[in-house]
Design a protein around this ligand. Structure first.
Ligand code: NAP
Ligand code: F7E
Length: 345
């Protein structure tokens, strides 16, 4: 019998990589997409349109994480063995602009799925997409499963709720519910307004004379960046472990946004030099033209300055470790963008 999985957030970066992984492992994959006025399936179109065998194993449904009835009906109809809740308003800066919606989707969305699991079939395994943003104003360094949370945005506060409601339902109803606490992970499929994608895309265009300038916010924030393809493997492993637990998934390496820019520039053979401080800091090209400027509009009301994880627990018990380093990640993202440019996009 093939295992049945249900992915909320199937159209996102992780949803796309996870779908491919689960299909490869022989699962039947059901994905929930929300209705939008423009197409939102570009990250999964290649799988959905591929050979008929895949089509049969990959089924899409309309639904929304803010709509409890649709969640209950889908779980009741599909009868999944495993549910991956990747659906979220996932942009930290945007969460300050739409805090109520972010909380509804990111916090209560988890509760709605957990309630349905308890009512329909408590044997369904549940994965909650937790985030290193929950550590926010960090209480220890590096961060692991024992580090207390100190969220710094409506997004992170909502994810802390989702984390604890997952723990609470596990303890109250003995369900197999797990939290993955994933540090930043990127890929060519990353949303365009996240900083890595924004940088790689812009510098590729600048190199090819298709764009003049890139505007950024706080380039001194430090992150632990991994590759999404590695991280979806961890999600699957978390649900195959002998008991339900919470897991930190990260690379254990840290770079600032500015270091990330310098690495991308180097790979593109784009010589840049920095001058000035604070909002006046700028990067110039060889011809002394300004190519990067800092804009206060991109700063957040509260920043998360310094994230670096420790995933020793996952290494030891899940036998998981990242296979792709930052150089691979950047090259992968650059190759994708250069190909897009070649195709006139
Ligand atoms: P993403 O690319 O933004 O994908 C989010 C997915 O959620 C998309 O499919 C989106 O649909 C869907 N979604 C948003 N609101 C929804 C709603 N109301 N109902 C149903 N679906 C909804 O995010 P990602 O990078 O793949 O991340 C996956 C999950 O991991 C998210 O929960 C994120 O918060 C969390 N996370 C991400 C990272 C990271 O570094 N990537 C790290 C830690 C945790 P549309 O395509 O229609 O927008
Ligand atoms: O910002 C700084 C910004 O938006 C990274 C989400 O997937 O990972 C992601 O959240 C850093 C921040 O990711 C710009 O201030 C500077 O310090 O790429 P980001 P994030 O906020 O870390 C976590 C783990 C998640 O869970 C989230 O869902 O870069 N930064 N200038 C900028 N950031 C953006 N977006 N745009 C800029 O222009």
């Amino acid at each position: 019998m093939k295992k049945i999985s249900l992915i909320f957030g199937v159209t996102g970066q992780d949803g796309s990589y996870l779908t491919k992984l689960l299909l490869k492992k022989g699962y039947i994959v059901h994905g929930v997409k929300r209705r939008s006025s423009s197409l939102n399936t570009h990250r999964i179109d290649d799988i959905y349109q591929e050979p008929f065998t895949h089509k049969k194993n990959f089924i899409l449904h309309y639904g929304d994480i803010t709509d409890g009835t649709s969640i209950f009906d889908l779980i009741n109809k599909i009868k999944p063995d495993e549910i991956y809740n990747l659906a979220a308003q996932s942009h930290v800066a945007v969460s300050f602009k739409i805090p109520e919606y972010t909380s509804n989707a990111d916090a209560l969305g988890a509760l709605r799925i957990l309630e349905s699991i308890v009512k329909i079939n408590p044997k369904i395994k549940y994965y909650q997409a937790g985030s290193s943003e929950m550590y926010g104003k960090i209480q220890s360094f590096p961060q692991n499963e024992k580090t207390p949370f100190y969220p710094r945005s409506p997004y992170a506060v909502s994810k802390v709720y989702a984390h604890w409601i997952t723990v609470n339902y596990r303890e109250s109803y003995k369900i197999f519910a797990c939290n993955g606490i994933l540090f930043n992970h990127e890929s060519p499929l990353r949303g365009e307004t996240f900083v890595t994608k924004k940088i790689v895309k812009a510098l590729c265009k600048i190199k090819n004379k298709k764009q003049k300038k890139l505007y950024l916010g706080n380039i001194y924030a430090k992150r632990d960046w991994g590759h999404a393809q590695d991280y979806v493997e961890a999600m699957w492993k978390i649900l195959q472990y002998k008991k339900p637990e919470d897991w930190v998934i990260c690379t254990g390496k840290q770079y600032s946004v500015k270091q990330f820019i310098n690495l991308v520039s180097k790979k593109l053979n784009l010589k840049i030099f920095w001058r000035g401080k604070g909002l006046h800091e700028k990067a110039y090209n060889e011809k002394k033209q300004k190519i990067i400027e800092i804009k206060k509009e991109y700063f957040r009301p509260a920043e998360v300055d310094n994230l670096k994880g420790n995933s020793n627990k996952a290494k030891k018990y899940l036998k998981w470790k990242p296979k792709k380093d930052i150089n691979y990640l950047i090259q992968d993202m650059i190759n994708y963008e250069l190909n897009e440019l070649k195709n006139g996009k």
